[in-house]
Design a protein around this ligand. Structure first.
Ligand code: AMP
Ligand code: MG
Length: 316
């Protein structure tokens, strides 16, 4: 909990400077966008991103959109392309999200991408969001600023009714247009529509001069976070292990003897921030993976959800 409750900041230069400062400290700030209020945290700071999930009480890790101030800022994190340039020139700032391959030196927390090699990135049009992103000068991960399963907030009062005391501040700039969500276009392969939203498909196709493939809900490729074993390491994963057996490498939590520890001090935010990097590096050993028990409360529920998917029977 935030000891003195959540601050309400006005969207003037002083409020925006303070909001940027809170983000720099790894704290969470709800920000108005042209769709709904987003729950923002520094996308490079794994614990800040873990705390987004904790504040929302989200029971699983799905990839988040990184919000940036400009096309130039987006290019620091993803591999740019002619299609990306054309769509950014036509629709940014605005309700269009582009999914592009991460650059090698991206610095984005793997909790933002949920371990994928791609990043969803957007330059929002809302003036207060733009001012904050410019002042902060970094990428801000921001899902909707409501407790998981509740209605998305379109006023600062809605944000506070769900998250008061769980986030550092809300930047209040009045009601958001109850707009559509951003359209999500995948550009890491053939251009594909991943989610319809505020920019019409026809407009996007006109700019690209080609039809988009459709990867909508229900398709295997639409929502990578939903797939049972999408993030499964190559090797088998065994949960609730007390020790490694045979050739296994042991992933631990808390004060246990293991090969790699998600958080030796037993901190679930730290463990969440380390999760995807840990799975990748253990996978690189080529050995089967055993995992010691992780408490199933708070962020532990989302960590266990992801580990269960990793351990689930494989699709192929
Ligand atoms: P929002 O609900 O507006 O916060 O947007 C999150 C959506 O972006 C989720 O449906 C994600 O599945 C999607 N998303 C984020 N990152 C990626 C990615 N790297 N690849 C595909 N979809 C993504
Ligand atoms: Mg939501």
């Amino acid at each position: 909990m935030i000891p003195n409750g959540t601050l309400t900041l006005s969207a003037d230069p002083a409020g925006i400077a303070l909001a940027a400062d809170l983000l720099r400290q790894g704290l969470l700030v709800a920000i108005p966008t042209e769709t709904v209020y987003g729950l923002g945290g520094d996308a490079r700071n794994g614990e800040a991103v873990a705390n987004i999930y904790a504040a929302k009480g989200r029971p699983s890790f799905n990839p988040l959109i990184a919000h940036v101030a400009s096309t130039e800022a987006a290019r620091r994190f993803v591999t740019w392309s002619d299609n990306a340039e054309a769509l950014a020139a036509a629709f940014w700032p605005g309700p269009l999200t582009l999914v592009l391959p991460l650059r090698p030196d991206h610095g984005i927390s793997s909790l933002v991408t949920a371990g994928l090699e791609t990043l969803a990135v957007r330059v929002p049009a809302h003036p207060a969001a733009r001012a904050l992103l410019s002042e902060f000068d970094g990428p801000v991960a921001a899902p909707s600023a409501n407790p998981s399963g509740q209605i998305s907030p379109t006023t600062a009062a809605h944000v506070l009714s769900g998250l008061n005391g769980r986030i550092a501040a809300v930047l209040d700039d009045g009601p958001c247009g109850v707009g559509l969500e951003s359209t999500i276009v995948g550009l890491s392969g053939e251009p594909a529509l991943l989610r319809p939203g505020g920019v019409a498909l026809e407009q996007i196709e006109a700019v690209l001069g080609t039809q988009l493939h459709h990867h909508l809900p229900g398709d295997a490729l639409s929502a990578p976070g939903q797939l049972q074993s999408h993030y499964a390491p190559d090797a088998p994963v065994r949960l609730d292990a007390s020790t490694a057996q045979g050739d296994e490498v042991l992933l631990g939590f808390g004060p246990v003897d293991c090969d790699l520890n998600l958080s030796a001090k037993g901190d679930l935010s730290e463990a969440a921030a380390n999760l995807f990097a840990a799975l990748h590096s253990l996978n690189d050993t080529g050995r089967p993976i055993a995992v010691t028990p992780i408490p199933d409360h708070g962020l532990g529920a989302a960590i266990n959800d992801r580990l269960r998917r990793a351990a689930a029977p494989r699709n192929s």
